[in-house]
Design a protein around this ligand. Structure first.
Ligand code: NAP
Length: 336
C-alpha cells in the first residue's frame, strides 16, 4: 500500500525530502504540502509534477484523512506543536532535527507518544544511516580498535547566514554529533564544556566562531568537537575514534583524485545536502518501511530528547564558561 504523506515546511530540506519520496524512494507519495510561504509550497508541487493539496495551515494538513504520515520540516521552533498534533491524530511523523528546541518540548512529545501506545515518531538524525559512520560503529562493536578512549571530531561549514548566532553552533550544528556519538558509543554524556578560540575574521558579530566542545561520557570516553561554521574551504565532517588497539577514522566522501600541474588533489564538498545525500535516502526509506511493517526502528523521540538534554547543557556551558553536568533521565522501557 502506498503511504500518503503530507509535508509541513517546504524549504530546503522539505523540498528535498519531497523530491526523494517522489523520485527516488519506494512506498510513499506526497499528497499534501504546507508552508507559511504558500507560493513556495505550490512551487514544490509544480516542480515535482504531482497531485497534492496545498494547505495554508499545518494543522489542516495533519487532519486530512487522506494523509497517513507527516513530514515536519518547518522551522525548528514549530516542530513540537506539529509533532504533538500529528501524534494525537494517531499519525506517523518524521520530524527533522531538532525534535523540539528544548528538552521540555521533547518530553511533551514523549508523553503524547506514550499515551498513543506505540512509537509514531522518527527524528531526522541521518548520520546513523551513513555508510561511513556505520563502518565506524562496526569497528567499535566488533572490537577491531578495542575499547574507545577518545574521539576527535570536526563539523565545518563554509559559511553561515547573519541569522546564525552563537547558541546555534550547538542546537543547530553540534546536535548531529550529540546524536551520532551516543549511537556510536552506546553511551550517554555526563558533562560538557565549551571553549572559544581566537575568532575568525569571517564570522559576523553575533556568532563566536570557531568553538570547541568537550564532552565526557558515562564510560569515561573524552570527546572534542571543533565547530567551525565559517571555515571557507568546504562542508567537512571529521570523526576519529581512538581505541585501545587502534584508531578508526570516518571515511572521506568519494571524490576523484587528480594529478595535475604538479599537484595531487581531491575536491571537497561545499553543500551539506551532498555530503549525506545517500544517508537521507536510507533514513526516509527506513521510515516508509517502518510504517509498512507497523514498527519504526530509526532515531526515536527518546534520542531526540537525549540530544536536546545534552544540547541544553552545552548552551549553558557556552554562557557559564564552566564544565556543566549533563543529567540524562532514565529511559522508559517504551523506548527499549
Ligand atoms: P528552510 O529552508 O528555512 O525551510 C523551512 C521552511 O519552513 C520555510 O519555508 C519556512 O517558511 C517554513 N515554515 C516556518 N514556520 C512554519 C510554519 N509555522 N508552518 C509551515 N511552514 C513554516 O530551513 P531548512 O534548512 O529546510 O530546515 C528545516 C528544518 O530541517 C530545520 O529544523 C533544520 O534544522 C532541519 N535541517 C536538517 C538537516 C539535516 O541534516 N538533517 C539539514 C537541513 C535542515 P519561511 O522561510 O517563510 O519562514
Amino acid at each position: 500500500m502506498t503511504i500518503n504523506i503530507g509535508v509541513i515546511g517546504t524549504g530546503a530540506i522539505g523540498a528535498d525530502h519531497a523530491r526523494r519520496i517522489t523520485e527516488t524512494l519506494t512506498g510513499g507519495a506526497i499528497v499534501a504540502v504546507n508552508d507559511v510561504n504558500l507560493s513556495q509550497a505550490k512551487a514544490v508541487v509544480d516542480k515535482l509534477n504531482i497531485e497534492a493539496t496545498v494547505y495554508d495551515s499545518g494543522h489542516d494538513l495533519i487532519n486530512d484523512d487522506n494523509v497517513h504520515a507527516v513530514l515536519v520540516t518547518s522551522w525548528g521552533p514549530t516542530h513540537e506543536e506539529f509533532v504533538v498534533a500529528a501524534v494525537n491524530a494517531g499519525k506517523y511523523v518524521f520530524c527533522e532535527k531538532p525534535l523540539a528546541t528544548s528538552a521540555q518540548g521533547c518530553r511533551n512529545i514523549i508523553e503524547a507518544e506514550m499515551a498513543a501506545g506505540k512509537r509514531l515518531v522518527q527524528v531526522g538524525f541521518m548520520r546513523p544511516y551513513d555508510s561511513g559512520y556505520r563502518q565506524l560503529k562496526s569497528a567499535i562493536d566488533t572490537g577491531l580498535i578495542g575499547e574507545p578512549l577518545m574521539i576527535h571530531c570536526a563539523h565545518r561549514n563554509p559559511s553561515v547566514p547573519e541569522a546564525y548566532i552563537t547558541p546555534m553552533a550547538i542546537h543547530d550544528t553540534l546536535i548531529h554529533e550529540l546524536d551520532v556519538l551516543r549511537w556510536l558509543l552506546d553511551d550517554d554524556y555526563v558533562s560538557a564544556q565549551v571553549v572559544f578560540p581566537r575568532k575568525t575574521k569571517y564570522a559576523h558579530s553575533k556568532v563566536a566562531d570557531p568553538q570547541i566542545v568537550l564532552l565526557e561520557t558515562k564510560k569515561g570516553v573524552r570527546i572534542d568537537v571543533e565547530v567551525f561554521v565559517n571555515c571557507k574551504y568546504g562542508y567537512d565532517i571529521q570523526c576519529s575514534v581512538v581505541g585501545e588497539e587502534g584508531i578508526a577514522n570516518l571515511p572521506e566522501p568519494q571524490s576523484l583524485l587528480i594529478r595535475k600541474d604538479a599537484k595531487l588533489s581531491n575536491a571537497i564538498l561545499m553543500d551539506w545536502k551532498d555530503r549525506f545525500i545517500a544517508a537521507y535516502d536510507v533514513e526516509l526509506q527506513a521510515f516508509l518501511d517502518g510504517i509498512s511493517a507497523g514498527k519504526l526502528t530509526g532515531p526515536s523521540s527518546w534520542d531526540g530528547m537525549a540530544a536536546a538534554v545534552a544540547s541544553d547543557a552545552c548552551v549553558k556551558a557556552q554562557e557559564s564558561q564552566k564544565i556543566e553536568p549533563i543529567e540524562m533521565p532514565v529511559r522508559p522501557a517504551f523506548y527499549d
